[in-house]
Design a protein around this ligand. Structure first.
Ligand SMILES: [Zn+2]
Length: 287
């Protein structure tokens, strides 16, 4: 049986809307409640697709309940030849770990960077193959290809398959959650984002991330591309050291997302153990 395609659903809902509108012309009073219900359903579906942190389209990690004094740092859209090595150096200087949500095409263009990130003990996660902003309009087959191609490449390069997926710009559709479940991937959003790709003010970006931080938070920044401050430098170069220092001052440890998600009663992996974590089998692929 062919898979349902998200576009078919949207077209179907639109067609249904049209039929109901025609019916409403003849039976306005009788059809009005039904029209209202369909319009409400369509509005809810659209809002869900455009709401990166809403749970209506499946389970979403936005923060983690933990007894440990940890927050997860996540960097999207890399790797980047300039920014990623700089981020790695800053993380190493502060004994911090992070998760890198990588784009497949960028990873293919810079395989040595993926290996360097993995060697440093950070986790590498799946951020789709093309990072298309139309990802939420893709059907299930195309969406599966985006996930699987990236998954296979990152597993090959890093020695460990990603355990989390984040959609481009966080936009999803109803077919994503089942695809991730088939692959044992978890969907990761964030607690706070810096908007470091668009805001040239390091002070404003830092203010979105640091004040009132509590254990279990998931922070989103970008090593793939960054807004430039008035001096022409990527804002991340100013924000990240400030953020790492702030975390240390509050006794919060920066970790990668799988570490934050790990059983709170499990012993904490040291940096060495995290780097040497054994590879798990690549999830079964359904095409
Ligand atoms: Zn992205």
């Amino acid at each position: 049986m062919p898979r349902l395609d998200a576009r078919h659903v949207f077209v179907g809902i639109s067609a249904l809307d049209g039929l109901l509108a025609a019916g409403a012309a003849a039976h306005t009073l009788a059809a009005a409640p039904v029209v209202g219900a369909v319009v409400a359903t369509q509005a809810a579906l659209t809002a869900s697709c455009l709401c990166p942190r809403c749970p209506w389209l499946g389970s979403v990690i936005t923060r983690v309940t933990t007894t440990r004094s940890e927050v997860a740092l996540t960097f999207d859209d890399g790797p980047d030849e300039t920014l990623t090595p700089r981020v790695l150096a800053l993380l190493a200087a502060h004994d911090a770990k992070a998760s890198f949500f990588c784009i497949g095409t960028r990873a293919r263009a810079a395989p040595t960077l993926i290996r360097a990130v993995a060697r440093a003990g950070h986790s590498i996660e799946n951020h789709s193959w093309h990072h298309s902003l139309r990802f939420a309009l893709f059907g299930s087959r195309r969406m599966a290809r985006e996930i699987d191609d990236t998954q296979h490449l990152l597993a090959d390069l890093s020695g460990r398959p990603p355990s989390c997926f984040r959609a481009p710009a966080g936009f999803r559709n109803p077919w994503l959650a089942p695809l991730l479940a088939e692959r044992s991937l978890r969907y990761a959003a964030w607690s706070r984002r810096g908007f470091d790709t668009v805001d040239p003010s390091p002070a404003r970006v830092a203010r979105r991330l640091a004040p009132g931080l509590v254990p279990g938070a998931v922070l989103l920044l970008h090593d793939g591309h960054n807004a430039r401050d008035p001096m022409g430098r990527p804002v991340l170069e100013t924000v990240l050291p400030r953020l790492l220092k702030e975390l240390q001052g509050r006794g919060l440890r920066a970790v990668d997302l799988p570490t934050l998600l790990a059983d709170p009663d499990a012993p904490h992996p040291s940096s060495h153990e995290a780097a040497a974590r054994p590879a798990t089998p690549t999830p079964r692929v359904f095409r």
